[in-house]
Design a protein around this ligand. Structure first.
Ligand SMILES: *[C@@H]1O[C@H](CO)[C@@H](O)[C@H](O)[C@H]1NC(C)=O
Length: 330
């Protein structure tokens, strides 16, 4: 039996910079992980001090500047909160150790975590930025572009097995070449879009490449598209070989008969980006759209770029397409 901690070290690269900054935060750390992993977020009291009797508090700082409690520990008393209930614990490798373990990492777990060790004398604060490997994709619903207020946007990403992307995630996607000319919500309530190739209809040619920012918009009254973020697949994504083309209802039934479900948009993006999935067959997805994933551009199959190609939201009765299925891990 390999101890959990060494397993974790196999999966995660942790870069450590130690300094004390203006907010009294004594070090900032970045950790990378995949969904389903267990991750350890390090926090130690240095020197001879003993943590026993100190209050240890881990909180998560959300993108909208709110904080949520993760775990609070005081001696033998430990309490976990909300989404972290029964999913986190303190490693307590030695008497100076306040390291946090998050098990079964979820796509919503990325972000900044703060460890506070409070003993009244020399309080210690450490921040750890947890990045979850994944992919950002733009989404507009069947109704067409600019139909989602912020709350619709959150629900829409959730339906695609994703969450609303953060600024940092969209920025990362832009640096990796994402160019999209429709503005979409981010999880901080701002509306932005990434342009790598400046052009007239997309903010003009005067402004250099980058994220075009409409700023914070009214969460109920403003309507845009959305950028969703989905992480690694927890199951198997595949094109279902069928003797003939299917209507939408037949597609749903075909996956079901195969012991799976019709795949979501988040699944096709995750398979394409993280696994290099490539298939030149247009297939139905759960939202009623038809798409196909190309990672090796070639004649008649997205010749100019690797992309998830979008055919549209066709009439669901048309028997013109195949289907992509998804079988969640048992
Ligand atoms: C994560 O930790 C849990 C509980 O400690 C364990 O059951 C599970 O196998 C671990 N998962 C991985 C991927 O190491």
């Amino acid at each position: 039996m390999i101890p959990l901690f060494s397993l974790a070290l196999v999966f995660f690269a942790i870069s450590l910079q130690t300094f004390v900054d203006a907010q009294g935060i004594q070090s900032r750390i970045t950790a990378y992980a995949n969904t389903g992993d267990n991750i350890t977020l390090p926090c130690h009291l240095d020197g001879q001090s003993n943590l026993f009797g100190n209050r240890i508090k881990w909180t998560k700082l959300e993108d909208d500047a709110t904080e949520t409690d993760v775990i609070i520990s005081m001696g033998f008393h430990k309490k976990t909160y909300g989404n972290f209930l029964n999913r986190v614990y303190l490693l307590e490798a030695d008497e100076n150790d306040a390291t946090l373990v998050i098990t079964d990492l979820d796509v919503t777990d990325y972000g900044t975590y703060r460890c506070e060790i409070i003993n009244g004398m020399n309080d210690k604060i450490i921040e750890v930025n947890l990045k979850v490997d994944g992919v950002v994709f733009p989404y507009s619903p069947r109704l067409g572009r600019y139909n989602l207020n912020f709350h619709d946007a959150e629900a829409t990403c959730r339906e695609q097995d994703a969450v609303v992307a953060s600024f940092e995630q969209l920025y990362g996607a832009w640096r990796n070449g994402l160019d999209w000319c429709n503005a979409g919500w981010l999880n901080d309530g701002t509306v932005q879009y990434p342009i790598t190739n400046p052009r007239q209809p997309c903010g003009g040619v005067q402004i250099s490449a980058g994220l075009r920012n409409y700023g914070r918009q009214h969460r109920s009254n403003s309507r845009f598209d959305v950028f969703c973020f989905t992480a690694g697949l927890r199951g198997r994504f595949y094109y279902l070989i069928q003797p003939h083309k299917l209507s939408y209802d037949e597609a749903v039934a075909a996956c079901k008969n195969n012991g799976a479900e019709i795949a979501k948009v988040g699944h096709i993006y995750a398979a394409w980006k993280l696994l290099g999935y490539d298939r030149c067959d247009a297939g139905w997805l759960a939202d009623g759209s038809v798409r196909y994933p190309i990672s090796r551009p070639r004649k008649n199959c997205s010749p100019t770029e690797a992309a998830v190609r979008f055919i549209g939201f066709p009439d669901k009765k048309q028997k013109l397409y195949g289907v992509y299925c998804y079988k969640p891990q048992q």
